[in-house]
Design a protein around this ligand. Sequence first.
Ligand code: LM2
Ligand code: CA
Length: 688
Amino acid sequence: MKITHKLSAGFIFCAGLWAYSAAVVQAAAEVPKTAFVHLFEWHWSDIATECEDFLGPKGFAAVQISPPQKSIDNAAWWSRYQPVSYQFDSRSGNREQFKDMVQRCNAAGVSIYLDAVINHMAAWNRSFPDVPYSTEDFHNCRDNIDYSNRWQVQNCDLVGLNDLKTESEYVRQKIADYMNDAISMGVAGFRIDAAKHIPATDIAAIKSKLHTLADGNPPYIFQEVIGASGEPVQPSEYTDNGGVTEFNFARTIGSAFKNGKINTLKSLNQWSGWLPSDKAVVFVTNHDDERGNAGNELTYKDQGNLYMLGHVFMLAYPYGYPKIMSGYKFNSSDDAPPSAGVHSGNACDFNGGDWVCTHEWRGVGNMVAFRNYTAAQWKVTNWWDNGSNQIAFGRGGLGFVVINRADSGTLTHTFSTGMPEGDYCNIIDGDFDSTAKTCSGETIHVDGQGNAQFSVGYQGAAAIHVGASLGGIVIPPVTGPEPEKAVRSTAMCYYDQSAGFTTPYLYYWKPVPASAMSSVAWPGVAMEKNGDFYCYDPAAEVTSVNVIFSDQGASQTEDLSASSGSCYLNGAWKSLSDCGFSLTDEPDDPQASENTRVCYDNAQNFSSPYLYFWNVAAASAVNTVAWPGVAMSADGNSYCYDFGTELSSLNVIFSDNGSGQTADLSAFSPDLCYLNGSWQDLSLCINQ
Ligand code: LM2
Ligand code: CA
């Protein structure tokens, strides 16, 4: 999310002011807003009140509202997904009430995301005079969709709903007019309903017609694409347009909380095949799935406290842009919403009413501030688990959460939290009053070593963060990423906190001049670690080149345009000096740039030293070998093997042509010389 960057700036500004004992009070405006809520079927006037009374003060970024356009007349909730016109007239309210809601929410610092039903119109004859649309504005395939057929997915009627010709200029303009009308009333974002059924290029064309917001930014859009493996239309096709729903998140945490062990969720942000974090919209469940479409997801109907714990996990874990589902109680999936709203005659379930109000549950609503205040440290730290259903983790010193999903027993443990010394409000147990700096519930003490004892009952959680400390807001120093050594002016460097790649690769094509960079196969070349950055130096001036950064081919950025001498920092191109690099005219250290060999002192006196290797990270791809690998050649007092490409890291075993052998060893450039049982700089093994 764009807002996250604003946050980092705020925290960096404060860097250096902080000391373990000193309290620094930070203006709320510097904390980003990183979570939103779906107020399903809520009335506009109730949403306006909710923005003012609850969502604004709690730090929510936005509300996804139900489709506001005129739809078929039917009590079931799903009638809202059958548009008959683009007039703002629905059972949530009329145009005036809509406008009032948007204004009041914006004034409370909460954006409105409109659920845009633009793939189709209602399931009746193909005539909507109010738009107007007539037969020629619709596709003409009424077959049941075969999901293994891309054309059918995008051109046939979805459950009988008249499928719009989104490739037509006229239709695109009508849709854009509707969305621009909303933008003119202050709407800041859109959920694109049934986006899988609209080609990504059609959405891009519609998006290009949208006006900018009052602040000059484009509207935020996120696209509902239900990923299913093996289908031709995949969520990743849509990331160029904006955010995309990541259903794997809900499915994975749901089955871990319901049937598995939640310690398996440790490295969720590195699971391959998932959308990059800055594109993924995540949720515990959504309005379709809670009605039984997805067996493994947690819903408000689950026994005990699991649904609450799922939200605590989602809001604590640094992956994606979370959406909290907040609808109404139902028995049968077609049940209509309560006719009176939360603030207009009915009430939340916990106050005896019919609305679920998940977002107001203390452990959910207060975790929004946890996510906001920890956003500058977009990583899991201080992880602990009991090998099963009790986990705890930190967020780089800005927050710490404990989740006890076990069905019996209290978890009492002293954790290393990584947090500054102080007294913090357990925001799951109590509310923090930011003016009085008091906590209505349990207080947790973090000692000078960052340790804190927690006692958390079964199916319970506890969480603390720097925005809810009894001494005021304590902000640990957050420095920007730092380079370690100078680079030449031709280098290209990369750092992205939210992407969290472990092995950054650079893929490139169409360099200008073409002679400056040799062509590479996907995923390209391994980048060399330089402090917190990773760099690749083509050693020649390149005025333009297309690039993709990837995690060794797994998660990847979109297609980017670059030049040599640039630095991609948290999603934006900067100069090398803006990333903190000093420049050198020195040619690359010849030894450092020629670490193509692995050498071995043969301390074991093998008569025929062989090198076996695997997991090779190198500038260009290295073929795998079968045991015992390749023969090494004598070079001075060592034996060496030359890979002919610059090595970054690899695993090796030296053997006597397969008989006597060393243990599995890990080597990292430039320490590629195995001397007296340890890895040393390559120059120590070979005569230069
Ligand atoms: C969505 N995302 O892609 C929404 O999240 C989902 O709630 C919508 O379906 C769907 N796409 C279309 O916008 C819901 C509901 C359907 C319902 C449709 C349209 O899940 O069951 O379909 O809205 O109202 C209903 C009937 C269905 C009938 C259809 C057409 O349930 O049986 O199909 O209307 O008359 C013959
Ligand atoms: Ca379509």
